[in-house]
Design a protein around this ligand. Structure first.
Ligand code: ATP
Ligand code: MG
Length: 564
């Protein structure tokens, strides 16, 4: 099969790294890391960061670490850690033996803090959280120094040690860096380094009751691990001076370079874990891996392949400017990948019975069907044809409008791989008028789909044999939100106001061709004329077939590109 992937990681960050290698900065080495906080499942935005960090390491013969940024004991859980590892691996990346936890460095961080206190660069502050906020000032007004700012080094050491020993309740003291309360950058106005939190940590248990803040943990973790390029999203740009300040003041040998890029935003979905958590806990979706979720596990369950996500991350590129990517591009990348690999099968989502009056009741023919026109090596299979079939309800109209070329009374169409059939009668429910069954005749001369006399038909329909087909549940998905950017809604409206109530439709009586009997969980198929579908990895079992529609065949992205 043809490889779809293009040049990995040709972007402005790669250019910076190339230049660093030329000047032998960091001895010409490249070390990156992917540093998730285990407070939720990974989403497609994280995939961008994963592809970037692992991709750059790969491109420059370096290494990429997986590091859990687990400095907040309150929101973090083992379930998230497990899911993150599974997702990174599934995406196709390998951290080998380089799995780290910021919590493994808690002792080092503590020593670092003591070092800064001794240097006169950190102090224990006893203002309340509200006072600290008030004293910080604003973008237009300078901050005010805390009355505790000039405590002696001895007093600071003593208080900090007692904070660690658990002598004080939460919120009574914090450790702050002594930088500049008048700095134009609010992050430099004596940022908090440590806070008291009497909470059990999922890895260190009750060993600590003081926990470092993100800014005091992240850069130091990078430095400890010998990271050369610390790649993060744009919101950390204003934190970079602080990142550098800590590493310089701590006099650490390894000074990683922080480089920021724009996070991925996608239309019709949301990306913040804080919001994704709400979708799950408030029951708007079924689970973290609900196929409507932008989580990696949700995309996987929907039928996305690792390749399609990697191609997508490659296509969107890496920039310094915030932007919104059209979700149609993500779908386009999936289609492109599945087109070359998904076997074609026939399935009827909303069945309508067709009886072929001149076809013998006892006869069954095995017709040849091509598995994948994009891949001759995929071969062919047999599909049973018999007197009673199902076609799609949508493919028949009793009174067809002008542009409807499919089946209608008196009209002839082709059945894929089968015969031409002509509709001769329609059976309806006397009371409701509902169409119950279509009566047709077939032309035995047209087997395989062509008429020896050269006559043409305007439509080819997919179908399944009624008695040979299998029952299946099919789940159709649409965008999770009705608004392009749900996070930026009308005044006073929560993002949940824009949840698409029709984002899931479950069809209980679909029929699929018998070759799907042994569909394996995560098996991917093109249901001819309908779209790509995958067997649900949890619910599709030997007892019951369940398919998720991954994406339709209609490529809105390709059409948009053409009309530009
Ligand atoms: P969220 O805002 O969704 O909670 P986060 O940034 O808090 O995300 P982390 O677990 O801290 O989540 O993220 C791990 C890494 O993934 C970070 O380096 C972060 O910059 C990156 N990342 C997070 N969201 C995106 C995104 N939408 N696009 C690109 N990278 C992202
Ligand atoms: Mg974060």
């Amino acid at each position: 099969m043809k490889e779809l992937e293009t040049d990995k990681a040709a972007n402005f960050i790669a250019a910076i790294i190339s230049a660093d290698i030329k000047t032998n900065k960091h001895d010409g080495k490249v070390m990156t890391r992917f540093p998730p906080e285990p407070n939720g499942y990974l989403h497609i935005g994280h995939a961008k960061s994963i592809c970037l960090n692992f991709g750059l390491a790969d491109k420059f013969n370096g290494c990429c670490n997986l590091r859990f940024d687990d400095t907040n004991p309150i929101k973090e859980e083992q379930e998230y850690i497990d899911s993150i590892m599974e997702d990174v691996r599934w995406l196709g990346f390998d951290w080998e033996d380089r799995l780290y936890y910021a919590s493994d460095y808690f002792d080092r961080f503590y020593e670092f803090a003591v070092f800064l206190i001794k240097k006169g660069r950190a102090y224990v502050d006893s203002l309340t959280a509200d006072e600290i906020r008030e004293f910080r000032g604003t973008l237009t007004e300078p901050g005010k120094e805390s009355p505790y700012r000039n405590r002696s080094i001895e007093e600071n050491l003593n208080l900090f040690e007692r904070m660690k020993a658990g002598e004080f309740p939460d919120g009574t003291h914090v450790l702050r860096a002594k930088i500049d309360m008048t700095s134009g950058n609010l992050n430099m106005r004596d940022p908090v380094m440590y806070r008291i939190l009497h909470a059990s940590h999922h890895r260190t248990s009750d060993k600590w009751c003081i926990y470092p803040m993100y800014d005091f943990a992240h850069g130091q973790s990078d430095s400890i691990e010998g990271i050369t390029h610390s790649i993060c999203t744009l919101e950390f740009e204003d934190h970079r001076p602080l990142y550098d300040w800590f590493i310089d003041e701590l006099e650490l040998d390894c000074h990683p370079q922080q480089i920021e890029f724009a996070r991925l935003n996608l239309t019709y979905t949301i990306m913040s874990k804080r919001k994704l958590v709400r979708l799950v806990t408030e029951g708007h979706v079924r689970s973290w891996d609900d196929p409507r979720m932008p989580t990696i596990s949700g995309l996987r369950r929907r039928g996305y392949t690792p390749e399609s996500i990697r191609i997508f991350c490659d296509r969107i590129g890496v920039a310094k400017k915030e932007s919104m990517v059209d979700i149609a591009l993500l779908e386009h990348c999936l289609r492109e990948d599945l087109n070359r690999r998904a076997p074609r099968v026939m399935a009827v989502l909303r069945p309508l019975k067709v009886v072929i009056e001149n076809y013998p009741a006892s006869k069954v023919e095995e017709l040849d069907a091509v598995n994948n026109p994009e891949d001759p090596a995929a071969g062919s299979r047999k599909v049973p044809f018999s007197r009673e079939l199902y076609i799609e309800q949508d493919d028949f109209m009793e009174e067809p409008p002008k542009k409807f070329f499919r089946l209608a009374p008196g009209r002839e169409v082709r059945l894929r791989y089968g015969y031409f059939i002509t509709c001769v009668d329609v059976k309806k429910d006397d009371n409701t008028g509902e169409i119950l069954e279509i009566r047709c005749t077939y032309d035995p001369e047209t087997r395989g789909g062509n008429a020896p006399d050269g006559r043409k038909v305007k439509a080819t329909l997919h179908w399944v044999s009624a008695s040979h087909s299998l029952e299946a549940e099919v789940r159709l998905y649409d965008h999770l939100f009705t608004r392009e950017n749900p996070a930026d809604g009308e005044e006073g409206k929560d993002f949940t106001a824009y949840i698409n109530r029709e984002s899931l439709e479950i069809l209980n009586d679909s029929r699929v061709e018998p070759s799907l009997k042994d569909a394996l969980p995560e098996g991917i198929y093109q249901f001819e004329r309908l779209g790509y579908f995958c067997a649900d990895r949890h619910d599709c079992t030997g007892e019951k077939l369940v398919f998720n529609r991954s994406v339709t065949l209609r490529d809105t992205w390709a059409r948009m590109q053409k009309n530009r």
